[in-house]
Design a protein around this ligand. Structure first.
Ligand code: SAH
Length: 220
């Protein structure tokens, strides 16, 4: 990618990003670290050049293969709930897509692991993340339903695709005291859910309605 794209001009500038962050504040996002990360990461680098001018609109955008880059508000809200003011060491994301949320996570957690089932999307994500030199992200091709047992436990797990039930393997990979945030349900019946682990007890809290693509099984 050219220097021109990285520095950003006009609609893809720092100023446009600052306006997006201002909107997030108005929508109720309070976590300063999340807001700072969203002000920093150039969202336009995660979408095709044809869509770069729309990258800062508060909307989900297509990234190919029927998948979307999540709404800025959804990313901010999920990560605010995930973090809950903590210093996070190791986090797992299921559904890297274009890599945008992983990039935001890289600013608010020490180590980020992100699993994507579609290998060609992972290629796009790798390019953007390499270009931004975000060295604390490990992208993995695989089925996120099984998580990454070799790197567990995680003190945060976030799903970018909606599951009817929280996958058992992911619950098992959550650290004691850890938090998992996922869109739960299917179709138009989805809620953001927070699961907190306390020993062998998992406390579940239902938050706002959301709309995500479904969590599938297997790899592509
Ligand atoms: N995190 C992205 C959002 C991607 S959309 C962002 O920052 O915008 C959700 C992604 O989840 C899609 O790319 C989809 O392919 C992926 N996905 C769905 N089921 C999955 C599974 N079982 N394992 C890993 N990824 C999955």
């Amino acid at each position: 990618m050219s220097q021109h794209r990285l520095s950003g001009i006009g609609m893809t500038s720092e100023r446009t990003r600052a306006r997006m962050v201002e909107r997030l504040r108005e929508q109720g996002i309070r976590d300063m670290l999340v807001l700072a990360a969203m002000a920093q990461v150039p969202r336009h680098l995660f979408v095709s050049e044809a869509l770069a001018l729309r990258a800062y609109e508060d909307t989900a955008l297509p990234i190919g293969l029927g998948q979307t880059i999540s709404h800025p508000y959804s990313v901010a809200r999920m990560l605010e709930v995930l973090r809950n003011g903590r210093d996070m060491q190791r986090v797992l994301e299921v559904g890297s897509g274009c890599g945008y949320q992983a990039a935001i996570l890289s600013k608010i957690a020490r180590e980020v692991y992100s699993v994507e089932r579609i290998s060609s999307l992972l290629g796009q994500a790798r390019r953007a993340i390499r270009e931004l030199r975000l060295n604390n992200i490990k992208l993995k091709h695989g089925d996120g339903n099984v998580g990454l047992p070799e790197w567990a436990p995680f003190d945060g797990i976030v799903l970018a695709a909606a599951a009817v039930e929280p996958p058992a393997a992911l619950l098992a990979q959550l650290a004691d005291g850890g938090r998992m945030v996922l869109p739960r349900g299917f179709g138009d019946q989805q809620f953001m859910v927070l699961i907190e682990r306390e020993g062998d007890v998992f406390h579940e809290q239902v938050l706002e309605t959301v709309h995500f693509v479904p969590l599938l099984t297997g790899v592509a």
